[in-house]
Design a protein around this ligand. Structure first.
Ligand code: FES
Ligand SMILES: [Fe+2]
Length: 355
């Protein structure tokens, strides 16, 4: 079950052009293309006539022509032409999805159209804020999107999975965690004091390698599938826990996990920094390091997903480090249940009105 009344990231803006492309989101095949005025259109990827995917067809002006018998649809999903007859059947239409482009991402509203509110797009402004240098990419993950949320909400794995990049063993053992409900969802704050700098931070040259550093990870979950992480390190004893975090490494890691289906996810990620903002070399370095870090996660997540299926979704054991992930899951579950309850209430009401 998914939460439908939400914005989801469908694609990077840079990847959507005048060609027709098919994207599977929340189990639905969706056609995306850019209109001549630059706006992105999103249609159910299925012809109303005999169900051939519209993405196999052609773009004609701002309309889409089906590859099979040439029915043409406008960007509202309404059929405008049936080549073999004059009259266009009223039922010849497909669903059109609301779209907003923001922060370099194409956001799609998967729920009731009348509920779509552009002001509710989650804040990923550091992806496009000129005060930050940012970069990012997409990964196809063969794992459920909530497993990725778990992974990001509990960074005690960092010392084990990421020894080559952002991890040191102490990260798994010495962390002090606090979990709070935030305005948007759930916040996990994790501090590790006086530990060796991890390889990725050390390579920036901004933190000492001959003494310890204080590291922070402030992780915000926003349902259904957003995690914003602010991580960093500075030399121990310079006041980072009290708020003096200048001069070291600070990174904002932005994560949007759009379900393809129950077992597969489009993982859109970005990373912003406020040091060496003008250095393309630094951007390339951070991009590669973070991408490599996520690849280390994906290897584990895909093994985990396979085992979950193989063992038929066994019950899990929670440990203290899971507190943030558990609260995030609980919050999402409640929202999904509410949404489905409201839907069935309105179906009951409609049925009663019809009687
Ligand atoms: S299936 Fe699309 S026109 Fe016939
Ligand atoms: Fe990780």
């Amino acid at each position: 079950m998914y939460m439908y009344n939400s914005w989801y990231v469908a694609a990077w803006s840079r990847d959507i052009d005048r060609s027709l492309s098919a994207h599977t989101l929340l189990g639905q095949s969706i056609l995306l293309y850019r209109k001549s005025n630059g706006e992105v259109a999103a249609l159910e990827n299925r012809c109303a006539h005999r169900h051939v995917p519209l993405s196999a067809g052609f773009i004609s002006g701002d309309d889409v022509e089906c590859a099979y018998h040439g029915l043409r649809y406008n960007s509202d999903g309404i059929c405008t032409r049936v080549p073999s007859q004059e009259r266009v059947p009223g039922k010849a239409r497909v669903r059109a999805y609301p779209i907003v482009e923001r922060y370099g991402w194409v956001w799609i509203w998967m729920g009731a159209v009348e509920e779509a509110d552009a002001s509710k797009v989650p804040d990923f402004s550091r992806l496009s804020d000129k005060g930050f240098a940012s970069t990012g990419g997409t990964k196809l993950v063969r794992a459920n999107y909530e497993l990725i949320t778990d992974n990001l909400m509990d960074l005690s794995h960092v010392g084990f999975v990421h020894r080559e990049t952002i991890g040191t063993t102490e990260m798994g053992e010495k962390g002090v965690i606090k979990v709070d409900r935030s305005e948007q969802g759930v916040r996990v704050t994790r501090w590790v004091i006086d530990v060796p700098a991890p390889p990725t931070h050390a390579k920036t040259g901004l933190v000492p390698t001959d003494k310890g550093v204080d590291r922070w990870q402030i992780i915000d979950f926003e349902p259904p599938c957003y995690v914003n992480i602010y991580v960093g390190s500075v030399e121990t004893g310079t006041g980072a826990p009290q708020g003096h975090r200048q001069g070291g490494v600070g990174l904002w890691i932005m994560n949007a996990m759009t379900p393809i289906d129950e077992h597969t996810t489009h993982y859109f990620w970005g990373v912003g920094r406020d040091f060496n903002v003008d250095s393309e070399q630094a951007t390339a370095f951070i991009h590669d390091e973070i991408s490599r870090t996520f690849d280390e996660d994906l290897a584990i997540l895909e093994l985990q997903q396979k085992a979950i299926v193989q063992f038929n979704h066994p019950a899990s054991v929670d440990i203290l480090a899971d507190a943030g992930g558990v609260q995030s899951r609980r919050l999402l579950r409640g929202l999904i249940e509410n949404e489905h309850a409201t839907e069935s209430d309105s179906r009951i009401q409609q049925a009663e009105l019809a009687n």
